[in-house]
Design a protein around this ligand. Structure first.
Ligand code: NAP
Ligand code: G4F
Length: 331
């Protein structure tokens, strides 16, 4: 059985990737940080096949210890401070976890290595946020980076150090430059889930208003379940390379809000939405749209869930979730 270690197992992508690797007959190990982390119970209950190991991207010796214990064939580095708005408030922490954490894990991979015939394969969760104030559209693997947040800056470091360790030490290390991807497992702090959860609660009479920031930014939104497939495919190639993963379609936050309310049968979203400067960012990424031609041609990867189906999936899920919590039976 092949063995995979996932950092960020408690996050959205960690959960989808764990399921995918389990289906592919991997032994799956999930790195969990902190003392008495409440999300461990969720992983134990929902994903009983995952073996929990303890470590932190801020602590090199813990990462070396985990790799020595697990002896993985593949390492997926999904752990990060991933919320852009938080990165403005906790820039140093973000640099340490999201940036330097990649360096520490790469060093741990170099130290532990795996066998000569079977070196550890490493995946880095790079981000379209690195393109920031975009230099060209759509964005490809060759588009220059211009990050607009401490998170984006940290991701550029993680991306570049992954390339550098591949070039310098011959590591099998790949970066997936993933555009925004969402799902019913998305954290409530991100705009899509904040919207679909509020739509559900407003529809059920549990909430009156949805307070948002800037409605103009455009994102290339896909489904997380499709995107973790690309991560795995990257590590199955003969040579390690970097790939953009995106749908090639872009929508504004306003479009997302409109569609989510309409899906719940509420046609007049403006009645429910307020804007508050609190949710605006010091610097914004106005437009993201990716060109995933390389992933299509070399990996055979294609997204299966479109934008409209993604919005519907998330609203329907949150309607069921909120109705159940409130003891309301749905028709
Ligand atoms: P997420 O839901 O926010 O999950 C982040 C994970 O990182 C959590 O499991 C968290 O653990 C873990 N983590 C935080 N600090 C850590 C530390 N010091 N040591 C070890 N683990 C730590 O993120 P996601 O949406 O699944 O994204 C996965 C990765 O892809 C992230 O690196 C993100 O930056 C990147 N990415 C995401 C998207 C997207 O649209 N989702 C797009 C491009 C790139 P706790 O639960 O214990 O806090
Ligand atoms: O959902 P968001 O917080 O995602 P953002 O900033 O695009 O970052 C996500 O995608 C990146 C890939 O490009 C990942 F690397 C990163 O880890 C994360 O997963 O915000 C999307 C847009 C922004 O323009 C934001 O200003 O929505 C706008 N927005 C407007 N009102 C809001 C809100 N965002 C949030 N979170 N909350 C609001 O109330």
């Amino acid at each position: 059985m092949r063995r995979a270690l996932i950092t960020g197992i408690t996050g959205q992508d960690g959960q989808y990737l764990a399921e995918l690797l389990h289906e592919q007959q991997y032994e799956v190990f999930g790195l969990v940080k902190g003392q008495n982390n409440p999300r461990i119970d969720m992983i134990r209950t929902e994903y009983p096949f995952v073996e929990i190991v303890e470590g932190d991207l801020q602590d090199l010796s813990s990462l070396v210890g985990v790799l020595e214990q697990v002896q993985p064939d593949e390492v997926y580095n999904l752990g990060a401070i991933s919320f852009v708005a938080l990165s403005f408030k906790q820039a140093e922490l973000t640099a340490n976890v999201t940036g330097l954490g990649v360096l520490r894990l790469l060093d741990a991979v170099r130290m532990v290595g795996g066998s000569q015939n079977n070196p550890i394969r490493f995946y880095q969760a790079s981000s379209s946020e690195m393109f920031g104030k975009v230099r060209q559209s759509p964005q490809t693997e060759d588009t220059p980076f211009y990050p607009r947040s401490p998170y984006g800056v940290a991701k550029v470091f993680g991306h570049d150090i992954t390339v550098n360790y591949r070039d310098s030490y011959g590591l099998y290390a790949c970066s997936g430059i993933l555009f925004n991807h969402e799902s019913p497992r998305r954290g409530m702090e991100f705009v899509t889930r904040k919207v679909t959860n509020a739509v559900a609660r407003i529809k059920l009479g549990l909430q009156e208003k949805l307070v948002l920031g800037n409605l103009d930014p455009r994102r290339d939104w896909g489904f997380a379940g499709d995107y973790v497939r690309a991560m795995w495919q990257m590590l199955q190639q003969d040579e390690p390379q970097d790939y953009v993963v995106a749908t090639g379609r872009t929508h504004s936050v306003r479009n997302f809000v409109d569609l989510a309310f309409k899906h719940a049968g509420l046609d007049d979203w403006e009645r429910f939405v307020q804007q508050d400067p609190r949710f605006f960012r010091p610097a914004e990424v106005d437009l993201l749209v990716g060109d995933a031609t390389k992933a299509h041609t070399e990996l055979g990867w294609k997204p299966e869930v479109g934008f409209e189906d993604l919005v519907a999936m998330m609203v329907d899920h949150d309607l069921r979730l909120e109705a159940k919590k409130a003891g309301i039976s749905l028709p």
